[in-house]
Ligand binder design. Structure first.
Ligand SMILES: Cc1cc2nc3c(=O)[nH]c(=O)nc-3n(C[C@H](O)[C@H](O)[C@H](O)COP(=O)(O)OP(=O)(O)OC[C@H]3O[C@@H](n4cnc5c(N)ncnc54)[C@H](O)[C@@H]3O)c2cc1C
Length: 376
């Protein structure tokens, strides 16, 4: 048993747990961070690092927008290795119906104070000369950006430790118990509050959570500076990301500060194994070449997979568990957890210390998933 009782234990040092740990420590709490593997080595290392405002629902918009503002506030403090790049996003319309979606998005964003710019076919070709001709246009969102998320997680852990947080690395939490957690090596760490921020592994520690694994593939190329200048996403991506069917792919390409290109993306439900599936990879790359024909001549260096933690309503779980006193959840961020980590940390810690939240928290509360009692 560790000799100390912490105010809070954070389980998992992905981008979400790390941001929560830094926020708890900033509020003066004594914090223990327990990470089974390495800092930022889970979905955080597998993801794209696109900091993006999304509007699938008002609640998703509110959290992504709030989080993006928090990222902007700290952008000057981020160390160089976080590779923050304010490249913006272009949502690409390949057909008239997708252009209608670009216009709908433009209107929604304008009503909510987000700057955008509609591009016609010519403006799109000028902005991104390597895109194929014949595309209808697009929507540029200049405020979106890109980071290298594992280094951001490390930065948040460093911030937490500078304020006294202690890091327990390399030993998994085996069980969450009353008053703390038990590690696999038998150590018991005592705390007033426990935060389950173990990403797609969170249901293993808190059975009954409605969080499922959603597998994704990515490819990274050699260095080709300026091959693309914005994060490029097909508007069809929205259909693919919403789809609850077993698998989907969409064109999604990101320029890295190194000059490399990160190519995505795929979504598959119901899979536990992390192996690279060549058939889905082929479909994903064919889709990318449809949009960027020159991509076929570039060299790919590495491909990998990761697991998003998906909830049925595509919103994360942020707040107290409905049945377990003193257990909080910060999980279920699906494909937006890098973006929403900072907003999550603020919303979570405000609830832990009974402070009013900066945006309404109700849509993200775990209580929304509580099962209705069954009456005979
Ligand atoms: C292909 C792909 C592309 C993506 N692209 C983007 C994007 O562009 N933008 C965006 O915002 N998001 C993106 N995401 C989503 C994003 O990566 C995740 O939502 C985010 O990283 C989740 O962070 P996390 O801290 O909750 O989980 P993780 O990063 O998975 O961290 C959980 C941590 O908990 C640890 N852990 C697990 N079990 C235990 C235990 N028992 N004891 C102790 N520690 C434990 C793990 O080792 C891990 O380090 C993408 C995801 C994928 C897969």
């Amino acid at each position: 048993m560790s000799s100390k009782t912490y105010d809070a234990i954070i389980i998992g040092a992905g981008i979400v747990g790390s941001a929560c740990a830094a926020e708890c420590a900033r509020e003066g709490m004594s914090v223990a961070i327990v990470e089974a593997g390495i800092i930022g080595g889970g979905a955080t290392a597998a993801g794209m690092g696109h900091l993006v405002v999304m509007d699938d629902s008002e609640a998703q918009f509110a959290l992504t927008r709030y989080s993006q503002q928090l990222w902007d506030e700290i952008s000057d403090e981020l160390p160089r290795e976080v590779e923050h790049d304010a490249c913006g996003t272009i949502w690409i319309a390949a057909a008239e119906e997708e252009m209608a979606e670009a216009l709908r998005k433009e209107k929604f964003y304008a009503q909510h104070g987000v700057k955008t710019e509609i591009l016609d076919a010519q403006a799109l070709a000028e902005a991104e000369p390597n895109l194929r001709r014949g595309l209808v246009g697009g929507l540029r969102v200049p405020g979106d950006s890109v980071i290298y998320a594992p280094c951001a997680a490390q930065f948040f852990v460093d911030q937490a430790r500078a304020k006294g947080a202690e890091l327990f690395l390399g030993v998994p939490v085996e069980a969450v118990a009353a008053g703390g957690v038990r590690l696999r090596d038998g150590t018991f760490i005592a705390a007033g509050l426990v935060v389950n921020s173990a990403g797609s592994s969170s249901p293993a520690l808190t059975p009954g959570l409605e969080v499922k694994k959603r597998k994704g593939h990515l490819v990274i190329t050699d260095r080709y500076p300026n091959f693309v200048r914005h994060q490029l996403v097909e508007l069809g991506y929205l259909k693919s990301a919403h789809s609850l069917t077993a698998e989907s792919i969409a064109f999604n390409v990101q320029p890295r500060k190194t000059g490399q290109l990160l190519i995505g993306s795929s979504r598959q439900f119901g899979l536990e194994d992390s192996h690279v599936d060549t058939s889905i990879l082929t479909r994903m790359l064919e889709r990318a070449v449809e949009y960027l024909p020159g991509l076929g001549k570039l060299s790919a260096l590495r491909t990998w997979t990761g697991f998003r933690a998906a909830t049925p309503d595509k919103l994360p779980l942020i707040g107290p568990h409905t049945e377990h006193d003193r257990l909080y959840l910060a999980t279920g961020h699906e494909g937006l957890g890098i973006t929403t980590s900072l907003g999550t940390a603020k919303l979570l810690v405000s609830q832990m210390i009974n402070r009013e939240t900066a945006i309404p928290v109700t849509p993200y509360l775990p209580a929304r998933m509580a099962k209705e009692p069954v009456h005979a």
